[in-house]
Design a protein around this ligand. Structure first.
Ligand code: FE2
Length: 439
């Protein structure tokens, strides 16, 4: 027997819009699946009695956004026990170590849950969180394990009983093995940490997602070890490396070689531009390095590149609201991906690419899981430009968030005029004012 009809979305522009053009589509969702997808009005509507209708009015329907790299254990701690006066990573780590002993499972869970709410409300359908395991009580691990996810902060070897704490964290419910080799006291310890991470991952059959070379030191080269272990152990497609900012400082000869082996290894690279544009280059005078990994070159080489939010109101980055579109906006600026095609490719870095990196590919097609977002904009480029609200967020057939768009007006010559932030000549499939309200 067919699952009960739950939702019908009409007149939506579909991702990827370069493929679908200005056409709009109607979708029928039954249970947790998309059971019908056809050009708007082209298929006789088979509308079950209990269906809920959303007229997208030509707005952009996207796969769910994915945040592949966030630190939910430290999120929303900005100002506790004090603010970061210098804005540097070194002071941020010191502040976090001062706060850690006072953490409780309940307050970590409450903060993490609040950020999850923010992310979901803005279209994020899947989150992978790192968590600090360098705490003898594993308070944050216990908290997030109840909410769920993965591992990492201090070097594993340089922290007392670091290896044992990693094992315990995995026992407590972490799903992915992490690490941070560039924080070890010596290069040799960092290499040993990478080996340990892969040993543990292999033993447990778990994927790997580690912080790697998050520094401006061009001598920090642990990513090559990550690629080599990935290939030697047959873990292609199951390994993610975050930050990799040292790559921005490598000489081009070495970067070329590294990019070749990363591609062979199928390692996903996650850039975190919100944090790294403010944390890197701190020891530079001028010229000052951007310090974000080689996003454009990695993407052009065929490597799966994604973008993470990383911090939300914590000592590393006091700003942020859990918006993957904000992170994406920063990425296209810092990585200089403002060419027409580059903007569309960049959109994949917060949607399909991180989903693939986490082994959860998503698509909008008949038979696929009914998880998607309707943004109050025309297409991927407008999503980056306008940073629009997510009008409706649908997860497995259920509407889990709605946002009423703001209406902006100006008053001129005794008249009230709407302001849409969209030029009058734009080729919108429906010339609705921004701020219209698809029901
Ligand atoms: Fe991070």
């Amino acid at each position: 027997m067919a699952a009960p009809a739950s939702l019908r979305v009409t007149n939506a522009r579909l991702h990827p819009t370069p493929e679908h053009g200005l056409k709009t589509y109607d979708l029928l969702v039954e249970g947790d699946r998309i059971t019908s997808l056809a050009e708007a009005g082209s298929r006789p509507a088979r509308i079950p009695a209990d269906v809920r209708e959303i007229d997208a009015q030509g707005r952009f329907l996207s796969p769910p956004l994915v945040d592949p790299h966030v630190h939910l254990d430290i999120a929303l701690t900005v100002g506790q026990p004090r603010h970061n006066a210098t804005g540097t990573l070194i002071e941020a780590i010191q502040i976090w170590s001062e706060l850690k002993p006072s953490l409780t499972v309940d307050e970590v869970k409450a903060r993490a849950l609040e950020v999850i709410r923010w992310e979901v409300a803005q279209g994020t359908g899947f989150i992978r969180s790192h968590v600090d395991v360098c705490d003898p009580n594993l308070t944050a691990v216990r908290a997030l394990s109840e909410l769920r996810r993965e591992v990492k902060e201090d070097g594993v070897l340089s922290f007392p009983q670091g290896k044992e704490l990693m094992r315990e964290a995995m026992r407590l419910g972490c799903e992915v093995v992490g690490g941070i080799p560039h924080y070890e006291w010596t290069r040799e310890d960092g290499i040993e940490e990478v080996r340990f991470i892969f040993d543990l991952a292999q033993e447990l059959g778990a994927p790997v997602d580690l912080h790697c070379d998050e520094t401006d030191d061009e001598q920090s080269r642990f990513l090559e070890h990550v690629a080599a272990h990935t290939m030697r152990r047959g873990m292609q497609g199951r390994v993610v490396a975050g930050h990799t900012t040292a790559m921005a400082s490598y000489n081009d000869n070495y970067a070329f070689k590294l990019i070749q082996i990363l591609r062979r290894a199928g390692v996903t690279i996650v850039a975190n531009p919100l944090d790294n544009i403010v944390l890197q280059g701190r020891f530079d005078t001028y010229p000052k390095r951007r310090g974000v990994t080689r996003v454009k070159e990695l993407d052009a080489a065929g490597i799966n590149v994604a973008c993470g939010h990383d911090s939300v109101m914590d000592p590393c980055y006091p700003l942020g609201r859990g918006s993957m579109i904000d992170a994406l906006s920063m990425l296209v600026h810092v990585a200089q991906m403002t060419g027409r095609d580059e903007l569309f490719r960049a959109y994949e870095m917060v949607s399909c690419n991180p989903a693939r990196g986490a082994g959860r590919p998503a698509s909008i097609e008949e038979g696929a899981c009914a998880s998607f977002v309707i943004f109050d904009c025309d297409d991927e480029v407008d999503a980056i430009r306008l940073r629009p609200p997510a009008l409706a967020v649908v997860r497995e057939g259920r509407v889990v968030a709605r946002t009423e768009p703001a209406r902006t007006r100006i008053f001129r010559q005794d008249r009230e005029e709407p302001v849409t932030f969209t030029p009058a000549h734009s080729e919108r499939p429906h010339h609705q004012h921004q701020g219209g309200n698809p029901n």
